[in-house]
Design a protein. Structure first.
Ligand code: ATP
Ligand code: MG
Length: 438
């Protein structure tokens, strides 16, 4: 549980909201609307889906609408128009009482300056939400202790907030949200007040926690490094609009606008590129059943120090060094010549985590989740990938979706660019005996 659908959400602050909505329908932008009627457009016609169990980061400059959008999701801010559906429940239609109950049950929130109650212990703070829900004392303590343990504060439960560092207090805030066991966590700049080192720890811990607990997390940040560290999709906002949605590497490779391009220009490519994107998929792959003569023919004049060998299902079985192939008898089958010392990395691995392996090996095999060989990576492939500064913003391609509405366009709806179909397109099957390019 934890799927959120946003459909045509706009938020107007100040007076003249009807006029402003009318202007939005005509395709006008935030600055035009401010000039025309003085209304502040907080959000402008936002539609996209947040998948169950994903970690999604809302990013953008100050004033771009991140907090407003986050708070619209549980109607702490009331959208001026549009629909929010959470697990099939139309949140926008809930009455006051139902909304309060739904919010308590479904959403946990963590803010930048998380206010712990000073006169309560950490245990008392973490269990506060459960107390309001009138959960029994025993269950409250059990669940609070579990959450305290999850965030690494075990042993501190009897202390008071002023006895904890800022980072620890932020953990307590996270524990409080976790103890309530809501499916969705809304986190607004939750780590921004922390020291850089502690902040990095917290990012890694949140990512691990999310994998373990499978919560849907919507995280507001204006820090690209933080968004990358959290490891999910990024929604880039500007002037109350969504400019682009995608995995960091898609956004870096294909920035939708100049604004996005500027946002990502100083990004550490090695931290966002994944092995499957760097892999050379065109290199020939041999079959263990082939004879040496057949392999030589298949390779034609191709040069290389080592060849990968995969079975009929495309699964890596080993490698053969070129010298071995050159010196073997033509009738010998490759299975008897295999070397099993091939280094393998997973398609999803970030480039920076595999650099040392690539540097130490002639070539590293990249395999998909199903164990199928996707391609191989040599040091040269890495250098090429890092040297290739992403293209200009004018090249919309599969994988990254561009979400700026042409002015006056009558209808528009965004779908997730991280859908299974685009995912599989980037992990092309390698069932055949050569690694398909692209
Ligand atoms: N309560 C409010 N009344 C009037 N205008 C508001 C209100 N809240 C937000 N706004 C306006 O809506 C726009 C979006 O604000 P929001 O706080 O969502 O931005 P943000 O991206 O979270 O920025 P920051 O990074 O500074 O937190 C801004 O133009 C802001 O001035
Ligand atoms: Mg904000």
């Amino acid at each position: 549980m934890g799927r959120i659908n946003l459909e045509g959400i706009s938020k107007i602050f100040g007076s003249n909201s009807a006029k402003a909505l009318d202007l939005i329908a005509q395709g006008k932008r935030k600055s035009d609307i401010a000039a025309a009627c003085g209304a502040v457009v907080g959000l402008r016609d936002i539609s996209f889906d947040i998948e169950e169990g994903e970690i999604l980061v809302l990013m953008g400059l100050s004033g771009s609408g991140k907090s407003t959008l986050l708070r619209c999701m549980n109607r702490l801010v009331e959208p001026s128009c549009g629909r929010i559906v959470v697990d099939g429940v139309d949140v926008t239609r809930l009455g006051r009482k139902e909304l309060l109950a739904f919010r308590q049950k479904t959403f946990g929130m963590v803010f930048q300056h998380f206010a712990l109650l000073p006169n309560r212990t950490i245990l008392g703070n973490v269990g506060f939400g459960l107390e309001i829900k009138q959960v029994s004392a025993k269950e409250r303590i059990d669940r609070s202790m579990q959450a305290i343990e999850l965030v690494g504060l075990k042993g501190w439960e009897t202390k008071y907030p002023n006895e904890l560092s800022g980072g620890m207090q932020q953990r307590a805030g996270l524990a409080r949200a976790l103890a309530a066991d809501a499916d969705i966590l809304l986190m607004d700049e939750a780590f921004s007040a922390l020291d850089p080192l502690i902040r990095r720890d917290m990012q890694a811990e949140l990512r691990d926690l999310q994998r373990k607990l499978k919560k849907t997390i919507v995280f507001v940040s204006h820090d690209l490094d933080e968004a990358i560290a959290l490891g999910g999709r990024i929604v880039l906002m500007k002037d109350g609009e969504v400019v682009q949605i995608g995995q960091p590497e898609d956004i870096v490779a294909r920035p939708a606008t100049e604004y996005v391009e500027r946002f990502v220009e100083h990004i550490d490519l090695a931290a966002v590129l994944r092995a499957e994107q760097v892999a050379d998929r065109a290199a020939p792959v041999l079959a263990p059943t082939q004879t040496v003569a057949e392999a030589r023919t298949a390779l034609g004049g191709a040069s290389g120090g080592v060849w990968l060998v995969a079975d009929g299902d495309g699964r890596l079985v080993g490698r053969i060094f070129a010298e071995r192939l050159a010196s073997a008898r033509p009738a010998e089958t490759l299975s008897s010549l295999l070397d099993l010392g091939q280094s393998v990395v997973e398609a999803e691995s970030r480039l920076d985590t595999i650099l040392a392996t690539v540097a130490a090996e002639e070539s590293v095999a990249v395999v998909g989740q199903n164990g199928r060989l996707i391609g191989s990576i040599t040091s040269r492939d890495v250098v090429q990938a890092l040297a290739a500064r992403p293209g200009t913003h004018a090249q919309p391609q599969a994988g990254a979706q561009i979400l700026s509405k042409p002015s006056g366009a009558p209808t528009w709806s965004g779908t997730s660019p991280n859908s299974p179909s685009t995912r599989s397109a980037t992990t092309a099957s390698t069932g055949s005996q050569s690694m398909a390019a692209g």
